[in-house]
Design a protein around this ligand. Structure first.
Ligand code: GLN
Length: 273
């Protein structure tokens, strides 16, 4: 017996899926938008579509991010392709982008670098909103970088993509702004199992979660022009530790921004000029 679109949605919700997830999966499956689904509830899925929907439903219930199933995620007004090589861009990271944009006057050819770019989310959002800027992005993972590059091509945005470990591909280069959303979850954090479908190396550096932030802060000044800013995303409870690291490395004008949940989520400092 064939399964109707409305029945498939009801079935998914009964199995434990959020209504919005059920709708987004069906919309992606059929290549339509959610409004279309509403008026085609009685249309039948083909056998192939029904089977695919069953597979997606099981994967979603197993915690696979919706973005991996539908293959894309919106970030700062851009639709980005994502797969299991890249962390799914989080809305909280848009706070970091907005802060960076405040420091990048329009029309200036500022040089900016995004370290640990993943899907390219931050770098592409900056390139999109500041077309005059020269944006560079670094990632260690060739899989992530391939996705980031594909996103740049699909969106028609120019970014210099570099493969390597944090500062390694940037020897001798200095920037007007450095941004990063590095892995920062502690190695024993109880949230990690729920995030098991995303790349572990993008989520945690192990230990207390601060090791990547330490590397970034320790060498940032050598890659910043005088008076330039370093902005970093971090865990909800890491702001004091990050402030200590920034201060110890000689940063001034330390500042912090909250995420959408009201937690301190990004910290930054300025190289003395
Ligand atoms: N903010 C993400 C989360 O807690 C983690 C991102 C990161 O480690 N950079 O799910």
């Amino acid at each position: 017996m064939s399964l109707g679109i409305g029945a498939a949605q009801t079935r998914a919700i009964a199995a434990g899926l959020e209504r919005i997830d059920a709708q987004l999966l069906l919309a992606a499956l059929l290549g339509v938008d959610r409004a279309w689904l509403l008026i085609h509830g009685d249309d039948a899925l083909s056998n192939e579509q029904a089977e695919r929907f069953e597979r997606w439903l099981a994967q979603r219930l197993d915690g696979v991010p919706l973005a991996y199933l539908v293959g894309e995620k919106e970030f700062h007004g851009l639709m980005l392709k994502v797969d299991r090589h890249t962390l799914v861009p989080r809305p909280d990271t848009e706070v970091l982008v907005d802060w960076a944009l405040e420091l990048m006057p329009e029309g200036q050819a500022a040089e900016v670098v995004d370290l640990g770019t993943g899907s390219g989310a931050i770098a592409l959002a900056l390139a999109h909103r500041r077309p005059a800027a020269k944006v560079t992005a670094v990632d260690l993972s060739p899989g992530a970088l391939a996705m980031a590059r594909a996103n740049g091509q699909a969106l028609g945005l120019q970014v210099e993509w570099l493969q390597g470990n944090w500062w390694q591909p940037l020897a001798g280069r200095a920037f007007d702004l450095i941004v990063s959303n590095p892995p920062y979850i502690a190695g024993d954090d109880h949230h990690l199992p729920a995030l098991r479908h995303e790349p572990l190396s993008a989520l945690t550096p192990g230990g207390d979660g601060l090791d990547s932030l330490r590397i970034l802060i320790a060498d940032a000044q050598a890659h910043l022009r005088p008076g330039a800013w370093l902005l970093l995303e971090h865990g909800w409870d890491q702001a004091p530790a990050v402030a200590d690291l920034l201060r110890a490395a000689g940063f001034r004008e330390l500042a912090c921004r909250n995420d959408l949940g009201g937690n301190p989520r990004a910290s930054g400092g300025r190289r003395p000029g």
